[in-house]
Ligand binder design. Structure first.
Ligand SMILES: Cc1cc2nc3c(=O)[nH]c(=O)nc-3n(C[C@H](O)[C@H](O)[C@H](O)COP(=O)(O)OP(=O)(O)OC[C@H]3O[C@@H](n4cnc5c(N)ncnc54)[C@H](O)[C@@H]3O)c2cc1C
Length: 466
């Protein structure tokens, strides 16, 4: 592969996840020669994208896999709500509209879709699921890419992009012991976020970040992003903002994927390491709240929390990778979870006493709420009284960071001076902060990556070929 890297190419794509693959495929289709570089070895290819399951897609009528309709305005309102308005309307609407065509692009390149699985955060209407998951999607794109003549270099970490005036002149690459340089005519950076770089996370989160678990690829070290920012590229997004969910504290430090997420929270009581509740577990339906729980757990002492349920809730959420810790009494559960004696029993007793009868509906906002409890539990509040009891230890599981490079509608990257870099484009998590200031909407990461990957690939090819 070393010799291949020395030859010239029109477009170099840095990162072989969803965004990079979409960019590479579009650039090649437009007639450019394309080299796709990824730090990971072949078996680990596909970055965070290989862990995904679905993409949020606008549609005006039912499709083969999506029910009902989900129009631009509803999609936009959902995004506005979760971001509290911290988004760029132009780029967001461009992404939303781009998802219509994204589905046919996916199927043209071998990605198969399926209807939502049961228990998947009630997404049947809004999100198209990938048959075989993100790994199958990534494999399909790699097949399509290599068939169309795209060169792929694994184990190839881009360590520097050399900016000269308004152009990137050179990329430096490390492949094990070897170092090489290439001179592409245009570059698409699609190297993901920097969530696997705990030292960088500590700059915003302090020592708390030591206890974060990285849900996806260990290769998202942010080296390309750091290199660009150090050369005066304009950044966007807040370093304290990220997508993070509550995951099982027993998960591996990297790459545990989707199965480590704990989805019982709406039906649980969640306590800190002192056995005290700290947030309304039933604030809203789970697809609109799961992404706040990583941050909530991160703010607790030692970044630890515990979800407590009883037998009534056992079948109401996605099965977990690790078995729940089980006990016949609350005190025994507290002891097994390492919580101070008596505190958990007190918390559960106070909660049970505050529960008011009402219609329970696990799939929609229901009437089961507490009264006179602080913090309240506003939905799905039922007494925790049916043995056996179960508990899950929770840690913050970081999915991706939001601080990234600023782009415009053509995915072009900018200098802090406001001038666009002529031959540099960005797609995916590395620019997601241009659209997601905070919050998250399930399936929107893949929407941004697919839509902006395609735009970046087309624009890079246009720059080279025009
Ligand atoms: C467990 C999990 C589940 C998720 N589920 C969903 C979902 O169902 N729907 C959804 O929309 N989003 C989901 N997401 C978020 C989604 O994965 C991302 O938004 C999306 O995959 C980002 O794509 P990307 O191409 O920008 O980054 P990635 O897929 O992470 O790809 C980046 C690539 O860049 C490479 N790289 C990094 N640095 C360098 C370098 N210096 N040189 C060369 N290569 C480099 C990496 O090896 C990697 O392959 C999930 C994330 C996780 C972790």
């Amino acid at each position: 592969m070393g010799e291949q890297l020395e030859r010239s190419c029109d477009v170099a794509v840095v990162g072989g996840g969803n965004a990079g693959l979409c960019a590479a495929i579009e650039a090649r289709k437009a007639g450019a020669s394309v080299l796709l570089l990824d730090s990971a070895p072949r078996p680990m290819r596909g970055g965070n994208s290989r862990h995904t399951r679905n993409l949020r897609a606008m549609h005006c009528e039912p499709t083969g896999v999506l029910t009902g309709s989900y129009d631009e305005e509803e999609y936009w309102r959902d995004l506005l709500r979760v971001t509290d308005g911290d988004t760029d309307e132009g780029l967001a609407r461009l992404t939303i509209r781009g998802t219509v065509d994204a589905l046919s692009f996916m199927s043209r390149n071998g990605v198969l879709l399926q209807p939502a699985l049961s228990g998947t955060l009630s997404l049947a209407r809004t999100n198209a699921f990938f048959l075989g998951g993100g790994k199958a999607l990534v494999n399909a794109y790699y097949s399509s890419a290599t068939r169309s003549g795209i060169d792929v270099a694994y184990d190839s970490e881009v360590v520097a992009l050399h900016l000269d005036g308004l152009d990137v002149q050179r990329l430096d690459i490390v492949q094990g012991e070897r170092q090489e340089s290439i001179f592409p005519k245009a570059v698409v950076v699609a190297s993901g976020g920097y969530q696997a770089n705990i030292e960088w996370l500590k700059q915003a989160w302090g020592p708390r970040a030591e206890n974060f678990i990285v849900r996806g690829t260990p290769y998202a070290n942010g080296r390309v992003l750091r290199n660009l920012l150090d050369q005066g590229i304009a950044s966007v997004g807040d370093p304290t903002q990220c997508h993070a969910v509550a995951i099982d504290a027993r998960s591996p430090k990297f790459d545990g994927g989707i199965v480590t997420r704990i989805d019982c929270i709406p039906f649980a009581v969640v306590v800190d390491k002192m056995g005290r509740r700290f947030y309304d577990e039933g604030e809203d339906i789970w697809p609109k709240r799961y992404a706040i729980w990583g941050r909530l757990v991160a703010m607790q002492a030692d970044q630890l929390a515990f979800a407590i349920i009883d037998s009534k809730a056992r079948e109401l959420f996605m099965p977990t990778a690790y078995p729940a810790i089980r006990a016949d009494t609350i005190d025994e559960l507290a002891q097994k979870l390492g919580l101070p004696e008596g505190n958990l029993a007190q918390t559960i007793a106070a909660y049970n006493a505050a529960v008011r009868p009402g219609r329970f509906d696990s799939s929609d906002l229901d009437e089961c709420a507490t009264e006179g409890l602080d913090p309240p539990k506003t939905h799905w509040a039922r007494a925790i009284d049916t043995t056996p009891f179960f508990g899950y230890p929770l840690r913050p599981g970081i999915t991706f960071t939001y601080l990234g490079v600023k782009v415009d509608e053509s995915a072009r990257v900018y200098l802090q001076s406001g001038r666009g870099v002529r031959n540099l484009f960005a797609a995916g998590e590395i620019m997601a902060g241009s659209i997601l200031g905070k919050g998250y909407l399930a399936g929107f990461g893949m929407a941004i990556g697919t839509v902006f990957g395609r735009i970046a690939g087309r624009e890079a090819a246009r720059h080279v070929l025009s």
